[in-house]
Every structure is written in structure tokens, then in C-alpha cells.
Design a binder for this molecule. Sequence first.
Ligand code: ASP
Length: 316
Amino acid sequence: MEAQRQPEWAFAIHGGAGAIPRTASSAAAAPYLDGLSRTAALGRKMLRDGASALETAEAVVVELENNQLFNAGAGAVYTADATHEMDAAIMDGDTGRYGAVAGCKRVRNPVRLCRVILDTRTHMFFAGEGADKLAETHGVSVVDNSYFNTEHRLRALRDAQHNSRVSLDHDEGYGTVGAVVRDCNHNLAAATSTGGMTNKIPGRVGDSPLIGAGTYARNGLAAVSATGKGEAFMRALVAYDICARMKYAGEPLRDAADQIIMNEMETGDGGIIAVDANGTIVMPYNTGGMYRAAADSTGMGMVAIWEETYPIDWKL
Ligand code: ASP
């Protein structure tokens, strides 16, 4: 995966750790691979055209939020009350500015609201009704909470309730989406968006919107987006800890990320995608799989769910 020469730009996206079982048919896997490939094609086009890391991270996460297969935006999972509450964040590695929202119920694309917050506000983390109202104030599209209803997520809720669990161990439990980008000006950005956990208690917030836990970007170090058991990622401040290991211990991104995801976290907790200042991409996970794709300016383009990776068909 590591490129021999430094790419001009590089990025990775994820559609969540805890993927469909390895035994799933290729027909079941195809829509995920297709959705990730199409989203990667958008990112590649933007970066080729000179878009910034921040613009690209926002745009590809919007695309994933609009895809009902993934647990964010249109495909957000249900809370125990059969409603939807979404968390998201975006961070600019150049300025250190960020925007984050937790528990919003009516924002069609939560990452868009995060970007508006990053660009315009002094306060940077908004929750609940305040976040929904802020979207209206800024002309960010709002919808009724029922917009996020889907049959497959409702089935997952009923299944989880039948088995009395929050879907921590569910095959499709982590479907959060995220992006990490390094643009041709060497700027980094990260974004993450999620519906959280199926059957979560209303009001529960995960790691995705928490800067340093599920999302972090700092120029010169790395951009990181996480997916998995939010409670574990918050405790370990995973995204920041990876950058801290690079900063204070001088570890390369790959060593820092592997140490945390493969050695310090528990099997089944989740995974991360990250890109460093040189455009090196890493995507470790300790779950059965992780929906992911990556590309850079050297021509590398890959998409994967489990261990084996496939070249992206850019003609899709
Ligand atoms: N990390 C998310 C959360 O805990 C879930 C996920 O990654 O799917 O809310």
C-alpha cells in the first residue's frame, strides 16, 4: 500500500468496520464495493482538479451519507426509540479548526453542517436541537426524522431488541463513514459521520464527533477517521493518540496505528483509516472486515471489505 514515491495527493474512505460476513456472496458484497468505488472516483476527480483536502473530505462523506447502505445520513441506524440521532465531525489539519455535531435529528447531511460550523462559528461542537436549529439558520438542508427510515435498519433494530442488545457485536453494527485526505498543498483533513449504534439509548453519543477520539487531523502528522465501538475509541482517544505517537515518539504512521488498533485495542473494537503528511495511507482494523477504499496520484486505487483488495474500476 505504501507508495514508493511521495504522491501529490492521497486519500482513503471507510464505510465502517464490522462488515458483512466473509461468507457473504459476491452479489451481497457488490453494492458496497460499487458504492465505495464511486465515492473514491469523486474524491480522485476533485483532488486531480485541485480541490483542497477539506473540500474533498466533506464531499466524499456527503456522498457516503447519501448512500443508504452505510450507517450515516440516509442510512442511519435506529435508536431504541425507533428514531435517528446522528453524530459527525470534520477537521482541517492546516488551521486546526473543526466543526462537530452530536445527536442531530433533522440535518440531512450532518457533515455539511460541520463544515459550516468550521467555517463560520466560534463555538465548534453543537448538540441536539441546537445543532438542528443551527442548520436552519445557515440554510443547511433539514428534513423530517422519518427521512432516515429504511427497512433494513428497522429490521436490524427489531432484531437487536429481540435479542436485547445494543449492536456492539452485530455483523453490520459499525457502518459509520469517514474520509482522510492529503491534498497537493500537503494539507490534511479528516471527516466522520454516523448514525451511531443500532438500539442505542437516545442521547448516547459516540466517538465520531469527538475531536481526538473518532476524528483528528494535524498538518505534518496525520488525518485519522475511526469506526467501531465508540466507547472504546473515546477511552483511548485513538485518533489523537496515533498522532501523539508520531509527534512525541517519532513513530511512523503505520507503526503508531498498528500498535493502537492491533495491540492496544480489543479484537472486535473497530478500525481506522489514516493518511500522513507524505501521503502514506494505512487502514488497520481488528474486526472481521472494514469497508474501505483508497487512491493516490501515483495511480494506486483499491477497494476492500475483508483482507483481499481489488483495484478500483474507474470507469464505473
Ligand atoms: N463509532 C461509531 C459510534 O460508536 C459507530 C461506528 O463506527 O459504526 O457511534
